[in-house]
Design a protein around this ligand. Structure first.
Ligand code: MG
Ligand code: MG
Length: 257
């Protein structure tokens, strides 16, 4: 069952998303060789709590951290450690904020220092595919229209689309209906109605789309150990237009690539 949101509820999610966006911005300031991923987690958690929110992921199904940190061949659901970032790494930072009973969810993948042209293209194309998906997330369209837009863009570059993990509705719960896959057919799937709030989150691999789960029980990585990128926004669909509730603005003020 899809739980459609009122304008008032969406306004609260937007407030949650502002805290989230700024927490991402604080993390962005620290991304450089030598910083540990635990330090990123600490800074994000502190910022979220200082602003009246709580980190959505911490203790979610037993997840240990406020951030999902997925490096290089890790796709999603990795967690922070004492690993120090190195020049040439890519790092996906996924974060959620719970504020006034509503969640927001967004992710960004950063290059650490200089990365290869191929990796840069992977990041660029994944981010573009998120925006292609958002363009199709409009009232009266179907989820398949979003999925197809992402797939069509990504596959034209020969990259692999992870199928085992998908975007999702969200609101009072971090994961709600419907599922929002990153591959699919135009005109298929649920119709997007007034008040639908979804997280769109392409997870794109440089090589095979196949993934495996690490022995830690959380981290998902590419089967061929080639790099993977992940970008995510939370959006709300209304007749008058779709609103992107989360923001990467505070990240992009702090990085250049
Ligand atoms: Mg997320
Ligand atoms: Mg999500």
């Amino acid at each position: 069952m899809v739980k459609y949101k009122t304008r008032e509820e969406v306004e609260i999610i937007k407030e949650s998303a502002q805290i989230l966006g700024k927490a991402h911005g604080e993390v962005a300031k620290l991304i450089k060789p030598g910083v540990t991923t635990l330090e990123l987690d600490r800074v994000a958690e502190e910022f979220i709590k200082d602003h009246g929110g709580s980190p959505s992921f911490k203790n979610f199904n037993g997840f240990p951290s406020s951030l999902c940190i997925s490096l290089n061949e890790n796709v999603v659901h990795g967690f922070p450690s004492d690993y120090e970032l190195r020049e040439g790494d890519i790092i996906s930072v996924d974060c959620g904020v719970f504020y006034k009973s509503f969640h927001s969810d967004s992710a960004y993948t950063y290059p650490v220092g200089k990365v290869t042209a191929e990796v840069k293209q992977l990041l660029q194309v994944t981010k573009e595919s998120l925006h292609k998906g958002i363009e199709k997330a409009v009232f009266g369209n179907r989820i398949g229209d979003v999925a197809y837009a992402i797939q069509n863009h990504v596959e034209s570059f020969g990259f692999g689309i992870v199928r085992e993990l998908v975007g999702h509705g969200l609101g009072r719960d971090l994961h709600e209906s419907p599922e929002v896959p990153n591959y699919g057919k135009r005109g298929k799937g649920p119709v997007m109605k007034e008040g639908l709030v979804i997280a769109i989150e392409p997870m794109i691999n440089m090589g095979t789309r196949k993934v495996v789960q690490e022995a830690d029980g959380w981290t998902i990585r590419t089967a061929d150990r080639q790099p993977s990128a992940h970008f995510e926004h939370t959006v709300a669909v209304f007749k008058e237009g779709t609103e992107v509730l989360t923001t990467h603005k505070f990240i992009e003020e702090n990085i250049k690539f």
